[in-house]
Design a protein around this ligand. Structure first.
Ligand code: MN
Length: 262
């Protein structure tokens, strides 16, 4: 057997035999799923909706199916580089033409849950990432960097979006941390438990929305509204995050799975 054939056989054996755990990093997609809310004058995205076509009835006696409606950036979803003006001119920057090997990578999970619990406006700094690297090793190229905040454990849209008169208060990235991850570590992208990859207050930052501006400006991706990051080790898991193949899509809801060594 060739080495790659053996590797794949061992992978399947681990998944079927139980040596490898498959963890679902996806939130349920339903009308109550929180969607980012932009202030006027900006346009907003639709919430998720199911419209029944038939359910074993006169409209279709033996079959059940629905139409679905939602924005691309609803629930657990993928942000493509074309989502942001800084990423609009890259080749292969939309959901249908990104090379598919870039959807799969090792996961580096940075646990800042205690800090985010103490301060909803907590920002991940380069220093915190470097401290993580001193314990777990350098973040490799082509990695998904997932930020565990336990924010997905908040119940209901109000607590999850945590909006005040001055906008949302949710954790995110310090502006200086983003070029470090994108350019000095050459990651695939970042994944977060909040409704978007930027902090709730990031409209005030310089640059505004630094994670979107710099990640997508570096041809990198985002994964938003992840959950179950508390079930992942700091290193060793592999994440699969392929968006729907929407032609010229800026992102899409997706199912994110992690393979975790038992
Ligand atoms: Mn998004």
């Amino acid at each position: 057997m060739s080495t790659s054939l053996q590797t794949l056989a061992q992978l399947v054996g681990g998944i079927v035999g139980g040596g490898i755990r498959v963890v679902d990093l996806t939130v349920p997609l339903e009308p109550a799923t929180p969607v980012i809310q932009l202030p006027p004058p900006f346009a907003n995205s639709k919430a998720f909706a199911l419209q029944e076509i038939s359910r074993y009835d006169e409209r279709g006696p033996a079959w059940y199916w629905n139409n679905i409606e939602c924005g691309e950036h609803t629930g657990t979803h993928f942000d493509a580089p074309i989502h942001w003006v800084t990423g609009k001119d890259y080749a292969n920057n939309a959901t249908h033409n990104i090379p598919v090997d870039r959807f799969i990578g090792p996961a580096c999970v940075i646990d800042v849950a205690a800090k985010a619990k103490a301060d909803p406006d907590f920002l991940l700094t380069r220093e915190v990432v470097e401290e993580w690297e001193s314990r777990h090793g350098r973040i490799p190229a082509h990695a998904w960097v997932l930020i565990r905040t336990d924010w997905s454990q908040r119940k209901g849209a109000a607590a999850y979006l945590n909006a005040g008169a001055d906008g949302s208060h949710t954790p995110g990235f310090d502006p200086k941390c983003v070029p470090f991850l994108a350019k000095e570590r050459d990651i695939l992208g970042v994944g977060v438990e909040t409704v978007g990859t930027d902090a709730g207050q990031a409209y005030r930052f310089d640059p505004t929305f630094p994670c979107h501006t710099i990640m997508h400006g570096s041809n990198k991706f985002g994964l938003a509204s992840l959950t179950n990051l508390d079930q992942l080790p700091p290193v060793g898991a592999v994440v699969f995050a392929p968006p729907l193949k929407i032609v010229n899509g800026s992102g899409s809801p997706l199912r994110v799975l992690a393979l975790v060594p038992a």
